[in-house]
Design a protein around this ligand. Sequence first.
Ligand code: DGY
Length: 313
Amino acid sequence: MKVFCTRRLPGRALERLSAVHDLETWDERLPPPPEELLARAPELHGLLTLLTEKVDADLLAAAPSLRAVSNYAVGVDNVDVEAATARGIPVGNTPEVLTESTADLAVGLMLAIGRRIVEGDAYVRRGEWRTWEPDLLLGHDLHDATVGIVGFGRIGRAVARRCKGFGCEVLHTGRGGGTPLDELLERSDFVTLHAPLTPATRGLIDADALGHMKPTAYLINTARGPMVDSDALARALHEGQIAGAALDVTDPEPLPADHALLEAPALVVVPHIGSAARATRERMADMAVDNLIAGLAGERMPNCANPEAYGAS
Ligand code: DGY
């Protein structure tokens, strides 16, 4: 069957896919433009996408033979899952395998911003370091801090385990309850986001939410950029309303070079690398390929974001 994969993937998983299907891979560094996807859609049976591609209702409508979509990510907010379900198209994703890598990065970002690691590196490289000084680059400890985890699924729990190892008090809020969000924001020294992007979580951390945080607190986002109102965050950082932020994800992504956030003090920003450990990305590729092969065979995907698609159409 005709399959399109929107980028080369680490490891050898795509070799397995091309052994059983007619695979074309987009070899550019940047994503295929939407028109390119639309032009290819009519003949496709399978689509393996990244979070950078929008698989919307228009694209699905242009692909009458499409049988399966496999997303190389745990999040599927780039896919119109409802429209896929209505067509009986299963949408695969890659949960669990990236949980620990993403949790590692979240804790790394807490330390990076709290202990001013990136700032220190830049200071030394600029040749400004003269001597050990009692008040040079003073920051805040992670150990014994109160960490507020927003979204208590697999990744949120993995962050909680790590923070308990640091002797932190851990608060959480999520679909299953926990501490009310306002109270969590008011009490936490580090607020870290781990919820999926949904209509309920889009813009969750807005000016009002930031206003509930302590002036000494840090915001960490390794979930999805649009959970945070970027303009409100830039204002809060410029006005010293919170102590800092460390972001793996942003809105928009990437941030344009002249975005107010990049001018803000006390900000660490990295390019959406939560799952970017070689072994993790190779396992994600294997999972994405396994999902697509199963979907094309009309079998249950090992990891499917919309199992109800199997009963539809
Ligand atoms: C995901 O999987 O959703 C991450 O954001 C990228 O690995």
